[in-house]
Design a binder for this molecule. Structure first.
Ligand SMILES: [Zn+2]
Length: 456
């Protein structure tokens, strides 16, 4: 395909190039070449006679000599574009207005948008909001989600970048029906963080778990079940219920899904050691069935190159290739972590998820390369965003019905945008009393989302 010509103002060229590259080329398969003009807009020439013009509502507003990377440039409120046609709800406007007008200019027909969807896409994908955040962090050194614009304005459960893509394609095709656009397809990706592998690591913990079940109100029968189960595990006549790999694999294999398993390299306070034979036996079995064995770097590694390298080396004692990583507790500093990961030879990260609700932390359900804030360029790290995590859904919806409703809901939204439904289910949640009412439905609920894959 011949590259589309795109005119942009000559400031923030790296940022503009990044967002156009991700939006048009990476997501839609449309190549482009840039030229500079002195108008405050992004002009995309779809062909000789048609152009899409997006008013430059954000970068044009930053005074020369200043940087946009300042919390004062984060919108205080949002607007809605009610004229949107490709989405059910009005489009979100972070920067600009709801103007949508046809103009004739020179020999061209132009559609002029007031909604600066490229600036909004850059805001969501680069996460510069998190980079400039200087307020109080949470207990895990993360920006509190309640401070994020998407939460304050209530759109965190909408993949707004995908909405912009759908709207953009709709109007592009209204002007140039045969403009070739790459279609993505709905995919389901189960992922599992292996934080714990032993419900009964020793006799004291066995007693503690059994009494705990009773004193936390799960009843005498749960308590006795726990007592019996723990006894069998410690005597070696039953597998520890945290090692639920067979149950997980059975579902995934039935559906034809390959899963990602993130293993920890932690040595202190861990209930398993990566090098141990029984751990490696599980690793080999998972690998043999085509699942990915990935690295789950521990607390603090997200900004500590030295400890990161130690974990990478430890992983590589058993496995040369690190297909991807997810930081434990989703600790991720967008200004630092990607460059540490790059130095380790890592190319895929899957840490961008929400921890208090399900939703779209970077507003998208497609994989995409991050923005490199240190070099102002496209990062070498590709992000595989997660939109639903069991613990986060549990926090917001602890009863089984609304918990699983959130799961189906998230999958349906991703399906609508032909995106990647990547979710986190922790292997130990089949075994804990507080999770049993929920986890009993695991297979049933995965059947439901699997049906989405075959229906239209
Ligand atoms: Zn973890």
């Amino acid at each position: 395909m011949k590259p589309l010509r795109i005119g942009i103002p000559p400031n923030y060229v790296a940022e503009r190039h990044y967002v156009l590259h991700i939006f048009l080329t990476h997501f839609l398969g449309i190549p482009f070449e840039l030229y500079h003009h002195d108008e405050p807009c992004w002009r995309i020439h779809l062909d000789e006679n048609h152009a899409m013009v997006i008013e430059d509502a954000f970068f044009a507003s930053i005074p020369e000599g200043e940087t946009y990377q300042n919390s004062k440039y984060i919108p205080q409120s949002i607007k809605k574009q009610s004229q949107a046609v490709a989405t059910i709800e009005p489009l979100i406007i972070l920067f600009g207005s709801d103007k949508l007008e046809w103009h004739n200019r020179e020999n061209r027909r132009e559609l002029v948008w007031g909604n600066d969807l490229f600036a909004a896409t850059f805001f969501m994908l680069s996460r510069w909001e998190e980079v400039v955040y200087a307020g109080k962090k949470d207990a895990f050194d993360r920006m509190p989600e309640s401070e994020m614009l998407a939460f304050k304005a209530g759109f965190y459960q909408r993949p707004i970048v995908n909405e912009y893509l759908d709207e953009w394609v709709y109007w592009a095709h209204a002007m140039v029906p045969d403009l070739p656009v790459r279609q993505q397809s709905f995919q389901i990706h189960p992922t599992h963080d292996i934080d714990y592998l032993k419900r009964y690591p020793n006799y004291p913990s066995w007693i503690k778990s059994s009494l705990g079940a009773f004193f936390r109100g799960y009843g005498i029968s749960t308590s006795i079940q726990t007592l019996v189960e723990g006894w069998k595990v410690l005597r070696g006549s039953q597998q520890d219920p945290f090692q639920s790999f067979e149950r997980l694999s059975k579902v995934n294999q039935q559906k034809g899904w390959k899963a990602d398993y993130y293993f920890k390299m932690e040595s202190d306070n861990a209930d398993y050691q990566w090098e141990e034979d029984w751990v490696q036996a599980w690793v080999k079995r998972l690998q043999a069935q085509g699942d990915q064995i990935a690295l789950h770097p521990n607390f603090g590694t997200y900004r500590n190159e030295k400890t990161y390298r130690e974990e990478v080396e430890r992983f590589q004692l058993k496995m040369k290739f690190i297909p991807k990583v997810r930081q434990h507790y989703l600790q991720y500093d967008l200004a630092i972590t990607p460059s540490i990961q790059s130095k380790m030879g890592i190319t895929i990260d899957s840490s961008l998820a929400l921890s208090s609700h399900w939703g779209f932390r970077s507003g998208v359900c497609y994989d995409y390369p991050l923005f490199n804030f240190q070099e102002n360029s496209i990062s070498l790290i590709s992000e595989e965003p997660v939109c639903w995590m069991d613990t986060a859904a549990f926090r917001a919806n602890p009863d089984p019905d609304s918990f699983w409703e959130s799961f189906l809901n998230a999958a349906q939204i991703v399906k609508r945008h032909r995106g990647h439904f990547r979710f986190i289910w922790h292997n130990n949640h089949f075994a804990l009393p507080e999770w049993k009412r929920i986890s009993a439905q695991y297979e049933l609920q995965l059947n439901l989302i699997h049906q989405l894959q075959s229906s239209y």
